[in-house]
Design a protein around this ligand. Sequence first.
Ligand SMILES: Cc1cc2nc3c(=O)[nH]c(=O)nc-3n(C[C@H](O)[C@H](O)[C@H](O)COP(=O)(O)OP(=O)(O)OC[C@H]3O[C@@H](n4cnc5c(N)ncnc54)[C@H](O)[C@@H]3O)c2cc1C
Length: 440
Amino acid sequence: MFSMNAPKKGMKWTNWSGNVKAAPDYYHFPKSVSDIQDIVNSCRIRGVSLRVTGAAHSFSPVAKPESDALSLANLRGLISYDYEAMEARLWGGTHLHEAAPMLASIGMAFENMGDIQEQTIAGAVSTGTHGTGIALGSLSSQVVAWSWIDGKGEVQHHRRDQSDLSKALSLSLGMLGILLDVTIKTVPLYSLQMKSYQSTVEAALAEWSAGHHNNRHMEWFYFPGTDTVQVKKTNIIPLHKQTLQSKTVDLMKNGLIENAGFKVISEICRVKPSMSRKLTAVSAKSVPNGSKKGIYYEVFPSPRLVKFTETEYAIPLHTFKACIQEIHAFLRAHPFYVHFPIECRVTAGEDAFLSPTQGEETAFIAFHMYKGMDAEPYFKWVHNLMGKYSGRPHFGKVNDLTNDKLQKLYPNVQRFMEIREQYDPNGVFMTKYLKSIFST
Ligand SMILES: Cc1cc2nc3c(=O)[nH]c(=O)nc-3n(C[C@H](O)[C@H](O)[C@H](O)COP(=O)(O)OP(=O)(O)OC[C@H]3O[C@@H](n4cnc5c(N)ncnc54)[C@H](O)[C@@H]3O)c2cc1C
């Protein structure tokens, strides 16, 4: 008999940047918790892996399905909220661009966000998606309770405490099970003003530390090989929502015109990579001195219409100056064809076993390459350099992690794997990629 829940066969999957592709045997779109339990049980009995796909915005193969793929596209939205505790429970498949306005309608807000809002909440918390802010953690750190279906098909609930289970669940890459919903600790709805200006490496470095402590958020875009840094400082202002007119102007200016201009530059670099150096200088010169304000989710994320691949590393904050100086000194000789700026952000330390921060205040440095250009030599250099600074890669971004490296960088990975084994003894959620890094 025809079933509305029948999995799709032969449906292809690709991530946003197109560098990871898959053709799972079955793609499931469950409509209920019991549907998901049936799918997990079927995969366990058939001895095949099951991978949840979020919004496919990871650059690494963490979300790459093999035999069976599952999407929570039918399980989205706000489940409940508690004003007194300032907590909101969201279905795992909810995209951030859906969640933020839903929370705003009840006066609540995410404490922090990254630079896009396309991700699903479950995908974002599973990989430790972060923004910037020395006193602020990642989206994973904002979760106070999780509900998930483990590898035995059982529904589990856990509220954050000091336990090892909390530290494992906080950033789990889907290895403990399928996150049905998460409860987020929210803050009252707020607005932000972001100010952007052009600086030099020396001047920006001189105010690096104070900049982080005197602003809620600060980030840099360093133009490789030039002396230019775009500095963005963002702070809370009284509630201010963009008007339709300012939203349209913003979309035209920051969204369409800037993206279109950058796309042209990127295409020239792709066709003639030797132009990268000149065009990086052109982009650097056009850094705007300006500002933008609105509800927080109107300010944090920007449309990313120019596709790229990315690698990103977390290094101890106190090593940032030495690291960026080394990067600047090396890139001045223009050894790579790259024109995308390098993004530098900071976060508070987090205690999740797989957090790239490993409890320390951290600087995140992200390196991008336009889709269609050869990222390999550049990223190889980044991977090597970051080794010198004890860099831990963002699991959702391109990396060269091996089991050996993981063991060195994450002292509690064994404990994480013991907990994983407890919830998924048959390895339903382990793909070849995850096994290559996490299995001992
Ligand atoms: C343009 C762009 C900008 C980005 N900006 C940032 C940024 O500012 N900061 C940052 O830190 N990262 C950033 N990222 C990376 C991105 O936030 C993460 O890779 C995030 O995980 C993507 O979410 P997703 O919903 O697409 O998840 P996917 O990439 O689809 O999946 C990520 C992981 O989560 C697992 N997963 C998904 N749903 C579930 C579930 N319900 N239960 C269990 N496991 C699940 C998947 O199996 C996979 O292991 C960016 C990526 C892009 C493409």
